[in-house]
Design a binder for this molecule. Structure first.
Ligand SMILES: Cc1ncc(COP(=O)(O)O)c(C=O)c1O
Length: 510
């Protein structure tokens, strides 16, 4: 269909109007120079958008001819190359067709079936059942990091300048290969440094080849769940337990079997006889999360024996054992016996900072190769520069120094929390022993009390993490998980004072 003179004039006029309507703000220096930026498209981009919109909304009918580029440019007062650029792009995308010797025409394209009315598309497609369950566990996350956020280290105390220097050093030196995909299991210098550290301070039995660097403990759990269990297999998990791990195991389709935690940690003896045998067992033996107790030797040995009997793997999550205040760090479960059925999981999220996203697995010999290959295939390895900087951070003694400083810092922050809560403790509020870690647990008598305090805290912009949220089954105990590591003593004093006062008021003792 060839356009009449009048139709061509109409096209020019319509495009002119659209271009005027989409003109960038004249006070934008970038736009004034005719250079594209995300907020101010170039003239060519605007012409392209105006033409495409006219084609898609049917104003330019299939088959209609565009005015010649020279004419269009002159009429719109823009350069011919700008017109040619926009037209070429629309030809390449199939909206226009160039017929040599005849001109450029709107393509005869099949219009898609009409879209459903707006009401039907307002809600995005629903999540899968698994997706919904994953989010069900996401109860303790919050954008707010205030006095009581559990698991957040002292970000204000991280030696940023030293870290930047190490990063810069490796940015300059890094082999080009590190910018490519990687599949070696991590930077060897980091695995060497970690191996020395784990052998010495955690009594882990390993050589560097057994260490696989991951993007945090979470990715380690993910790999273990996917590579060592099938959908529907049973995983025994501490109850109450760590929500991040719960989400991860649920998303892998595992059947989670809660194992009660008592004053000595995970108590498998309390499980009913008919409990399905485990394929995997998740445990935080050095410092049970969130209750804070340490699994005694007898239970450790029993757990190892049980795992051997069922041919199950134990996932030992050793997330914060560097921070013990009354004694040296507890030796790992992994290192207790030769060839233990344990996959040791560590993280730098607590000792350094969670945004680093670096953690590691210490794998039994037979699993090293399969895990390395599967990780490279599923997740791709990365951050070799950061890993190299971290290796130097450890080698040069900064890591040990930082851990020692943070141990002292957290000891003081815990003391500040205890001091702030002292008026309530004097009236019966029970706090966990706090011999280790970055949080205390305050026990409450009822779930109603827990709910009331959490609601009042939210209104006062204080983050309170209820103990009941750490349960898979209906909670049997109420309480509050009070992180203290990530807040300054002044913030702790304010929020702790508030909590003590609210707790007393709930009891009618304020
Ligand atoms: C019990 C436990 N394990 C592991 C982690 C660390 O996970 P990631 O290394 O994925 O940050 C956390 C962090 O909150 C935790 O509380």
């Amino acid at each position: 269909m060839f356009a009449s003179q009048a139709h061509q004039l109409w096209i020019i006029e319509a495009l002119g109007l659209k271009l005027a309507g989409s003109a960038p703000h004249t006070d934008s220096p970038v736009a004034a120079q005719g250079v594209s930026s995300l907020s101010s498209p170039t003239l060519g981009q605007r012409l392209y958008a105006a033409l495409r919109e006219s084609i898609q909304d049917g104003a330019l009918a299939p088959g209609s001819q565009l005015p010649a580029s020279r004419r269009l440019a002159a009429a719109l007062g823009i350069g011919r190359n700008t017109v040619l650029g926009a037209v070429e792009r629309l030809v390449a995308e199939g909206f226009l067709q160039a017929q040599p010797g005849s001109g450029v025409f709107v393509a005869e394209w099949q219009s898609p079936p009409p879209l459903p009315p707006c009401r039907e598309v307002e809600a995005p497609p629903p999540l899968s059942a698994r997706g919904t369950r994953i989010l069900d566990f996401d109860r303790t996350l919050s954008g707010r990091h205030s006095a009581f956020a559990p698991g957040v280290p002292a970000l204000d105390r991280f030696p940023r300048e030293r870290w930047q220097r190490l990063l810069r050093r490796h940015q300059q030196r890094a082999p080009t290969a590190w910018f490519d995909y990687q599949s070696q299991g991590g930077v060897s210098a980091l695995r060497d440094a970690l191996c020395d550290y784990l052998r010495l301070s955690r009594s882990v039995r390993c050589h560097p080849g057994q260490i696989l660097i991951t993007q945090g403990a979470q990715q380690g759990f993910e790999l273990v769940a996917r590579l060592l269990a099938d959908v529907g297999d049973t995983l025994w998990m501490e109850e109450p337990g760590y929500g991040g791990a719960q989400s991860c195991f649920v998303s892998a389709g595992l059947a989670l079997e809660p194992v009660p935690v008592d004053a000595e940690g995970m108590n498998v003896a309390a499980l009913p006889a008919q409990t399905p045998a485990p394929r995997l067992i998740y445990v935080t033996p050095s410092h049970q999360y969130p209750c804070g107790v340490t699994l005694p030797l007898a239970r450790r040995m029993a757990l190892l024996a049980l795992a051997r009997r069922h041919r199950a793997w134990i996932i030992e999550d050793d997330y914060d054992s560097e921070f013990r205040y009354a004694s040296a760090p507890i030796a790992s479960l992994q290192g207790l016996i030769e060839a233990s059925p344990v996959i040791y999981v560590g993280t730098f999220s607590k000792v350094l900072y969670p945004g680093m996203r670096l953690g590691y697995l210490v794998l039994p010999e037979a699993l090293v190769e399969p895990f390395r290959r599967a990780n490279a295939r599923l997740h791709r390895e990365g951050q070799y520069l950061v890993q190299a900087a971290l290796a130097d951070f450890i080698h040069e003694g900064h890591f040990a120094r930082h851990v020692a400083q943070m141990r002292e810092c957290y000891r003081q922050r815990q003391a500040a929390l205890r001091e702030a809560l002292a008026p309530a403790v004097a009236r019966g509020l029970v706090l966990s022993a706090g011999q280790a870690g970055m949080h205390l647990v305050a026990r409450l008598d009822t779930l109603a009390e827990e709910r009331a305090l959490v609601e009042q805290a939210a209104a006062a912009d204080i983050l309170l993490s209820p103990l009941s949220h750490y349960y898979l089954r209906p909670p049997v105990e109420a309480g509050l998980v009070l992180g203290y590591a990530g807040a300054t003593p002044a913030e702790i004093a304010r929020a702790g004072g508030w909590l003590a006062q609210r707790w007393l008021a709930l009891r009618g003792e304020a």
